[in-house]
Design a protein around this ligand. Structure first.
Ligand code: MG
Length: 184
């Protein structure tokens, strides 16, 4: 079975727009900026054999605040510039009926089914409590990127990092320890 690193988008891959301490997705392609260090971090994980799958909530499309075309143009850029295997998008707003809106684990479960991913040996990296909750619900190791937002975590992540480069270093170290333990 494959191992994956699931990645939240805004604040992990690209710069989030922060207003009053809270992160928002960039509104335009011009504002969409891939963060420094992200390409190298993803290359390392790719070379180590991890599937790299973005899982992002984009409720502004359903709210009429953003166009699906703009979101798709952003994702074309990500696919062109980064070694990603897939981008899962939840275009719904949060509701009890939604199975994909993080912290629901639907996007991770769907990817796991499609690609034969061992979720217990996979990782979820995100900058909000929803990402930690989603990773935990899917049974992954959870890595919280702490951007100092004005909102509380609701679950305790397995590890906290400053950025994706640190998260990648942690994953590569942690994964090699686990492999060594299984061989022993
Ligand atoms: Mg985020």
């Amino acid at each position: 079975m494959s191992r994956a690193v699931f990645l939240d988008r805004d604040g992990v891959i690209n710069r989030a727009v922060v207003r009053e301490g809270k992160p928002y997705p960039p509104a335009t392609l011009a504002e969409f900026e891939i963060l420094p260090g992200v390409l190298d971090a993803l290359r390392e994980l790719d070379e180590a054999g991890f599937l790299l799958i973005v899982a992002t909530n984009q409720p502004d499309v359903a709210r009429g605040l953003q166009s699906r075309e703009t979101v798709e143009a952003m994702h074309r850029r990500l696919r062109n510039e980064l070694p990603l295997d897939d981008i899962k998008v939840c275009y719904e707003v949060e509701s009890p009926a939604s199975l994909c809106y993080k912290p629901k684990p639907g996007m991770l479960l769907e990817a796991a089914q499609e690609r034969g991913i061992d979720l217990a040996r996979s990782y979820m990296v995100g900058d909000r409590w929803r990402d930690v909750g989603c990773g935990r619900a899917a049974g992954c190791c959870t890595i919280f990127i702490d951007r100092g937002y004005a909102e509380a975590l609701r679950d305790v992540p397995d590890v906290t990092c400053a950025d994706l480069a640190q998260a990648s270093a942690y994953i590569l170290h942690h994964a090699s320890l686990k492999t060594a333990k299984r061989r022993a």
